[in-house]
Design a protein around this ligand. Structure first.
Ligand code: MG
Ligand code: MG
Length: 270
């Protein structure tokens, strides 16, 4: 995969379109996470997300994404040791699992890309800590997405937070620019050096996505040629938002309209 990719600067109008794409994506993730109950299959979660995309008349950029063979579904659903790119299918979720759902939405020529990891029923203290640390690391990184900072400031913030909590970040998969294409420049690793790398400018949009592992930073790919697992089969988690760099600070494009985080229980409106 070449990372000599174009970096695109979006206008405020284009950011509005991406925000709509992001809303749809967040709604799809919410539906998939609501379906993550013991006894459900990973295909059930994909179906729940796909129903939302279909309702809005959008497709996922994941579908037919080029790889060893075209990616077969609209989402990736990755359980426990599966870090990313799990293909939804017959795997049955059981109490205590954690499941990562990654989805994309193509809307009026722009892509939103976001992911969450959610518990299936009651989970272990270690699994809960992993979810908390991974989600927090995403927000720690987003806070650094301000004009004048560099990619290395964002990357380092994620790595530093995660490693101080005793977990590992992957070296092999990274965040990325997002816009008319799902994967644009710049590449944004989850590890790095402060003050290094590309300068962040207003109108850049980046899919920031910490991928965190309990036992090792090493991964391997399963025989299906897509699913990435932790090398030691320890637990993993993945959170992602598409975020714009603006003069007014980072703007998360993939939050639900009421600012509710995808994957969390809905707050009753009074
Ligand atoms: Mg994604
Ligand atoms: Mg991504």
């Amino acid at each position: 995969m070449s990372w000599e990719r174009q970096i695109s600067i979006k206008s405020s109008r284009e950011l509005e379109i991406m925000r709509v794409a992001g809303q749809i994506n967040a709604e799809a993730l919410q539906a998939a996470s609501d379906a993550a109950i013991p006894g459900a299959t990973t295909a059930d979660l994909n179906a729940a997300a796909e129903a939302v995309l279909k309702k809005h008349g959008v497709i996922s950029p994941f579908y037919k994404y080029p790889g060893a063979y075209p990616y077969p579904t609209s989402t990736t659903v990755s359980v426990n040791e599966e870090l990313v790119h799990g293909i939804p299918g017959s795997r049955i979720l059981k109490e205590g699992d954690i499941v990562s759902i990654d989805c994309g939405a193509f809307y009026e020529g722009f892509v939103a890309d976001s992911a969450i990891t959610v518990p299936v029923g009651h989970i272990s203290n270690l699994a809960q800590k992993l979810l908390d640390v991974t989600e927090k690391s995403l927000y720690v990184g987003i806070e650094k997405m301000v004009v004048g900072n560099r990619v290395g400031d964002v990357s380092f913030a994620i790595q530093d937070y995660v490693e101080n909590q005793g977990f590992f970040v992957t070296r092999e998969y990274t965040g990325h620019g997002v816009g008319r294409e799902m994967h644009e420049g710049p590449q944004v690793p989850n590890y790095g050096t402060p003050g290094r790398g590309l300068l962040l400018r207003p109108g850049m949009t980046i899919a920031l996505e910490p991928m965190v592992l309990v036992g090792t930073p090493a991964t391997r790919v399963l025989k299906d040629q897509w699913t990435v697992i932790s090398f030691d089969r320890s637990l993993t988690a993945h959170f992602e938002h598409s975020v714009a760099v603006t003069e007014n600070g980072p703007m998360i494009l993939t939050l639900l309209e009421n600012n509710e985080k995808p994957g969390r229980k809905k707050v009753e409106k009074v």
